[in-house]
Design a protein around this ligand. Structure first.
Ligand SMILES: [Mg+2]
Length: 260
């Protein structure tokens, strides 16, 4: 495991480093190469599970690097990080204890087969099995009206769980965000510079906590409202969506860093 990192890039995956539709990331290759050349640590930070992220890390040459999984509910690759096993079972039990009119409109990953998940997301069945290997949180779709959704989230809130809307799913968890996990990694590595990139409201804390934040354009996702940091240029937006916008933003960030 890498023990020092002066530069750390925290990056969301879907709609950010991965194309929203094709899940491809090859348009980001120039920036990935430049980060590796500089010895920068790239921390993938996603709603994905450890099983899913490890596959991507292997294809990107990031095997063994730390990563933020399940929207910040867990961290892998950092030995000191506390694990909280049993959270997923507790969450599923809380869902099943809800009144039927609140429970029915929420369709979580635990409610559908890997084959159905694969059909809906475009993932392979094998990838869908990894997406269902959850430990800390439950993503799903809300099929009901807004008032019932509010009541659903209030009822779960009384049991210690919250819901957050990402680019694709409503994810239920105990509320640790990507920024909470990011703070653990910054405390461990003490980097000189940090960059964060994301495309959806569940990335906002991470974008605001980094030295520099980049909102990657996603015409198909929920909008990120104008953030305070955009006035001071701490936060910027890309023109191009997905990995092409990601690559340009990372290269620009590297070019403007002070000399070592
Ligand atoms: Mg995203």
């Amino acid at each position: 495991m890498q023990e020092r990192a002066d530069l750390i890039v925290f990056s969301d995956l879907d709609g950010t480093l991965l194309d929203h539709h094709s899940y491809r990331w090859d348009a980001a290759t120039p920036a990935l190469t430049a980060l590796a050349d500089r010895g920068a640590l790239l921390v993938l930070s996603s709603s994905k599970t450890a099983a899913e992220i490890e596959v991507l890390q292997d294809t990107m040459g990031l095997t063994g690097a730390p990563a933020i999984v399940e929207n910040g509910a867990g961290v892998i690759g950092l030995p000191s990080h506390p694990q909280s096993d049993g959270v997923y079972d507790e969450l599923r039990a809380a869902l099943e204890a809800l009144p039927a009119q609140l429970r029915a409109p929420f369709e979580g990953f635990g409610d559908i087969s890997a084959r159905t998940l694969a059909q809906r997301t475009g993932l392979s069945v094998d990838a869908a099995i990894k997406a269902k290997a959850r430990r800390f949180s439950e993503p799903g779709h809300w099929h009901g009206d807004a008032a019932t959704r509010t009541a659903f989230l209030e009822a779960l809130g009384a049991k210690g769980f919250i819901g957050r809307q990402g680019g694709r799913f409503l994810t239920l968890s105990k509320g640790r965000t990507k920024a909470d996990a990011m703070a653990d990694l910054v405390a461990f590595y003490r980097p000189k510079h940090t960059l964060a990139l994301g495309d959806a409201p569940n990335d906002i804390e991470m974008l605001e906590a980094a030295d520099h934040g980049v909102i990657v354009a996603n015409p198909d996702g929920p909008d990120i409202p104008r953030l305070e940091g955009e006035g001071s240029q701490q936060i910027q937006r890309t023109t191009l969506p997905g990995p092409a916008g990601w690559s340009n933003a990372v290269l620009e960030w590297l070019a403007h860093l002070p000399p070592r």
